[in-house]
Design a protein around this ligand. Structure first.
Ligand code: FES
Length: 112
């Protein structure tokens, strides 16, 4: 439960999937990174990571994106850098130094 790479959205809230049992999710609405793009079009958060180069190796990226969806949903278009950094502190990236990840989330928030 340290890295956040397995984060999914359960009933609208970002959850580290390694912290819950499958039976606890029974009947819940679960969104994974695989379900974000629709009809071949990337979700705005995915576009933000693409456009702002918010990744390097990509290991953390699914969890970052899923956590970011929840952050933007709760904080709106004008989500601050401080809020993004604080909330994404539960997701570890070994590569990027977070600067471009924050830019990606802010860019996406404007489009959502
Ligand atoms: Fe490599 Fe985040 S891009 S761990």
């Amino acid at each position: 439960s340290q890295c956040g790479a397995c984060t999914v959205v359960v009933d609208g809230h970002a959850v580290k999937s390694c912290t819950i049992f499958a039976v606890q999710a029974s009947g819940s609405d679960i969104m994974t990174i695989e379900g974000l793009a629709t009809d071949g079009k990337l979700h705005p958060i995915q576009e933000g990571f693409w456009e702002e180069h918010g990744l390097q190796c990509g290991f953390c990226t699914p969890g970052m994106i899923m956590a970011s969806i929840d952050i933007v949903k709760r904080n709106g278009k004008k989500v601050s850098e401080d809020v993004i950094r604080r909330e994404l502190s539960q997701n570890i990236c070994r590569c990027t130094g977070y600067h471009n990840i924050v830019a990606a989330v802010q860019s996406a928030a404007e489009k959502m």
